[in-house]
Design a protein around this ligand. Structure first.
Ligand SMILES: Nc1ncnc2c1ncn2[C@@H]1O[C@H](COP(=O)(O)OP(=O)(O)O)[C@@H](O)[C@H]1O
Ligand SMILES: [Mg+2]
Length: 283
């Protein structure tokens, strides 16, 4: 056999897709919303945290599940990464934050921020199952779930658990052409797994120059709205690229608590999302 080629005598075995192991014990939450994207780094965690804080500021009881087991960032973004978990006979208590959001994350179980979680799918699945079933979420109006990045094994592991307990998905998109392609994959992923797409949000959409006040479309702008339109989905809004989001996030302060204009944008997105939820009662 010449070097560099692989000979296959037999066809590869057919793919075996086992029946998803769904969670049935997660109860008592009015609405569960997943935040996903076609790839990492588009602002899923930032969006999940600020949406949760916005919904809480509107008078709701809000929980946040950090389902990104390998990259658990939500406690840091809420300034509670030093907290430890506490359990009683009713279950594990999510960590309360000063923003009215209760959060659970793998980060609370690690000895420090630099420890990597090197787990195969089955263990990650178990962890997310515990986040749903063993944590006291009772009476929450909204639980936001910050998904692992992309549409690969990690996201699939989590998505298989939840079709029966979620209202649907918000897809976060950045406006570059490539990111839009990824967004289409995320929509496809959700639809294949029978997760309703509640809406699309364009993040890092344009940049207001602090010197001249003009808007600079760093990653272009408006592509997400086109993707929403062509797929007959709700476009929920546009979040500009704001440098303070990075500095606030790094300091553990959700940016909506500092920036009134940004808070208004999030309130608009939350209102659109609630409308979308009411238009499609959960199964
Ligand atoms: N609208 C925005 N403007 C500026 N920076 C942002 C914005 N949204 C997110 N970021 C920054 O982009 C980086 C990636 O965001 P993150 O929420 O961690 O993405 P993901 O969870 O999708 O991987 C972070 O440094 C975050 O502060
Ligand atoms: Mg993240």
């Amino acid at each position: 056999m010449p070097k560099g080629t692989i000979k296959m005598d037999n066809a590869p075995p057919p793919l075996i897709i086992t029946a998803p192991q769904k969670s049935t014990k997660y109860k008592g939450v009015k609405h569960t919303i997943l935040v996903m994207s076609g790839k990492g780094g588009v602002g899923k965690s930032t969006f999940s945290v600020n949406l949760a804080v916005t919904l809480a500021s509107m008078g709701n009881k809000v929980g946040l599940i950090d389902a990104d087991i390998n990259g658990p960032d939500d406690p840091k973004l809420l300034g509670v990464s030093d907290m430890k978990l506490y359990a009683d006979e009713t279950g594990i208590r999510p960590v309360q934050t000063q923003y009215g959001v209760s959060v659970i994350s793998m980060a609370f179980m690690l000895p420090d921020e630099n420890t990597a979680v090197i787990w195969r799918g089955a263990l990650r699945h178990k962890a997310v199952q515990q986040f749903l079933e063993d944590v006291v979420w009772k009476d929450m109006d909204y639980v936001i779930m910050d998904f692992p990045p992309g549409t690969g094994d990690e996201a699939l592991t989590v998505a298989q658990l939840i079709p029966d307990v979620t209202d649907g998905v918000v897809v976060i998109v950045t406006p570059q052409e490539l990111a839009l392609l990824d967004a289409k994959k995320a929509i496809n992923f959700a639809e294949t797994l029978k997760l309703k797409v509640l809406g699309i949000v364009e993040n890092m959409s344009g940049f207001i120059c602090p010197h001249c006040g003009k808007e600079v479309p760093i990653f272009k702008k408006g592509g997400a709205e086109e993707v929403a339109k062509s797929n007959n989905l709700n476009f929920l809004g546009r979040i500009p690229l704001i440098p303070e989001i990075v500095s606030n996030s790094d300091a553990g302060i959700p940016a909506v608590t500092k920036d009134r204009n940004l808070a208004k944008i999030y309130e608009g997105i939350a209102a659109g999302l609630i409308k979308s939820l009411n238009a499609s009662p959960s199964a």
